[in-house]
Write a protein of this length. Structure first.
Length: 353
């Protein structure tokens, strides 16, 4: 009698959690759509939401022009690429953070866990030192981000002991090595020209985003995010342990490698076009766990949506709070660090995966 009465309760709880997760994902999607549209109206050049909607729809529908050419230029050439890139970078970094935390079962894991951020920073700094164009800086940052993670995986796979721990330790070592290299480049850079450019890039910004930046990042980031979304139900098995995952027919090492490669591709692409933007990939996944739970089927989509909305809002603040634009990396740290401290100090929950 007891067994039969417990089963409906378990099923009912499961269905309730599913409905809650799906409902909150829908709310997050609606929130992102609202943030996306309102962000076009913010800035030094005013544009109403009505005009923004008409301008965007006019690209696919025959709508009579009731707006100025200047407004259309600001919306389509300046703000549209920037807002779209903010959605990509914010959603991508948040998804990468959630994936790393699930794959390595480490609540403090973030997109720079395996050294991708430090490697990208070194690549960008070196390109600036050598007088490279903006395209060369982006390409160098992307290539060195991937190279760093490749070296991390090589060292981690050769070391003896627990493979997950080895990867984390190798990532810490590579991060330290490439951070030292970046510091040396800053030391020898021209203080009147190159050093300010390197310093500003390292602080992170979506300023001066153009369509070619969006095109460069869109393909690898979309591939990485889509792969993580397709693997999200299998990622739940990693929480049971490698042996339990194997007993269910899942190769835990191969799955972890696939998740790592996808998250790294996202991280290297994001950092190469936006600079170093911290805290998004650490804080947003933890907040999403409080909203939809730890089930990756809902956690990853929620992380993408909330991360995208968060970074676009922070970029709006960077554009509007001061006459000279504030680097977005500063604002994410100012917002993210206290919020993460709040999550840690909350009485009812320690951080967990």
């Amino acid at each position: 009698m007891t067994e039969h009465s417990e089963k409906p309760d378990i099923l009912e709880i499961s269905l309730r959690l599913r409905r809650r997760g799906r409902g909150r994902i829908v709310l997050l999607a609606a929130g992102l759509a609202a943030v996306f549209l309102v962000s076009f109206s913010l800035g030094k050049y005013p544009a109403s939401v009505e005009d923004v909607v008409k301008i965007l729809l006019s690209r696919v529908l025959p709508i009579t022009q009731s707006w100025s050419n200047e407004t259309a230029g600001v919306v389509l050439r300046l703000r549209l690429p920037r807002i779209l890139l903010g959605c990509l970078v914010g959603g991508g970094l948040s998804a990468a953070g959630a994936a790393y935390q699930s794959a390595f079962q480490n609540a403090m894991a973030s997109p720079d866990l395996l050294g991708a951020t430090a490697g990208s920073a070194f690549g960008a700094a070196m390109a600036i030192l050598l007088g490279g164009s903006s395209g060369m800086i982006t390409t160098s940052a992307f290539a060195f981000g991937l190279l760093t993670v490749g070296l991390t995986c090589l060292v981690g796979s050769r070391a003896q002991g627990n493979r997950v721990v080895n990867f984390i330790l190798a990532g810490i070592m590579m991060t330290s090595l490439f951070t030292a290299g970046t510091s040396y480049i800053k030391l020898i850079a021209d203080p009147t020209d190159q050093l300010p450019a390197i310093t500003y890039w390292l602080m992170g910004s979506l300023n001066s985003t153009r369509l070619h930046d969006l095109a460069f990042a869109a393909v690898p980031m979309s591939v990485g995010i889509l792969t993580l979304l397709l693997l999200r139900w299998r990622m739940n098995l990693l929480t049971l342990g490698d042996d339990a995952a194997r007993s269910m027919g899942v190769n835990a090492d191969a799955l972890r490698l696939g998740v790592t490669i996808s998250a790294t591709l996202i991280t290297a692409s994001a950092v190469s076009v936006s600079g170093m933007i911290g805290w998004v990939g650490l804080v947003i996944p933890h907040l999403c766990r409080r909203l939809v739970g730890a089930d990756n089927r809902y956690l990853l989509p929620a992380s993408v949506l909330l991360g995208a909305a968060f970074l676009v809002l922070v970029d709006d603040a960077a554009r509007c709070l001061s006459t000279s634009e504030i680097p977005i990396g500063i604002l994410t740290a100012v917002i993210g660090a206290p919020f993460f401290l709040y999550l840690i100090l909350r009485k009812e929950g320690a951080l967990c995966c």
